[in-house]
Design a protein around this ligand. Structure first.
Ligand code: BEZ
Length: 211
């Protein structure tokens, strides 16, 4: 059975470009992003890891630790990191897991045999401090992911974990949010002193409460 939202993310021990790690120990009490790519020394993957490296500070600001994974061996990862740093003008500072026996890829359902028998697809998991899966996305090998979207979802996840709100389509940090339907309008007015705009009884907006 593959992982689903709300499931506990499996722990694992792994060899990485930053040394051997225990996943849970590495995450500590913070958030995690674990993402797979099909193979080292491939063009789209090079840009994806470059973009992630460029956004390292943005992930750190949100208390998110990032880990990449492919089924290629460690020495190949290490050589490829030099290429990523050179061509993307970055300094990859996050671990890349060498999952040669595919044990992590299998535990997380990162191999989709009808897409490729051997390589991981572009899977990405956001894991919360409770070690539960908060977001899962899957892209094909031919399409690089949008890491600003990953940050946007993390902003939403961290906000909605702490307030009785949800975020509307295309929401960006700082924009109005939606009051969850389990909160009555009367209670919402008390909870959200910046104001509640009632468009419909089920559609109520309030300014982002933590801004
Ligand atoms: C790439 O990263 O460019 C790539 C990897 C595997 C298959 C196709 C493209």
């Amino acid at each position: 059975m593959s992982l689903r939202l709300g499931d506990i993310a499996p722990n694992f021990q792994a060899q990485t470009t930053a040394g051997d790690i225990d996943f849970y120990e590495y995450l500590g009490d913070g958030w995690g992003v674990l993402f797979s790519h099909p193979a080292d020394y491939t063009p789209v993957c090079t840009t994806e890891l470059g973009k992630t490296a460029l956004l390292q500070e943005e992930f750190a600001k949100r208390n998110v630790k990032v880990l990449a994974l492919s089924v290629d061996p460690l020495d190949k990862h290490k050589g490829w990191v030099n290429d990523i740093n050179e061509t993307q003008n970055v300094n990859v500072g996050f671990p890349i897991i060498a999952d040669q026996d595919k044990s992590i890829a299998n535990a997380y359902g990162m191999i989709h045999p009808n897409a490729s028998e051997t390589f991981t697809v572009r899977s990405l998991f956001v894991i919360g401090p409770d070690k539960k899966v908060k977001l899962m996305i899957t892209y094909p090998a031919s399409t690089g992911r949008n890491f600003y979207e990953v940050l946007r979802v993390i902003d939403s996840l961290q906000l909605t974990a702490n307030y009785s709100v949800a975020t509307p389509a295309d929401w960006q940090e700082g924009q109005d949010v939606i009051v969850v339907t389990s909160v009555s309008t009367e209670d919402a007015i008390k909870k959200f002193p910046k104001g509640v705009n009632v468009v419909k009884p089920y559609l109520r907006y309030t300014p982002q409460p933590n801004k």
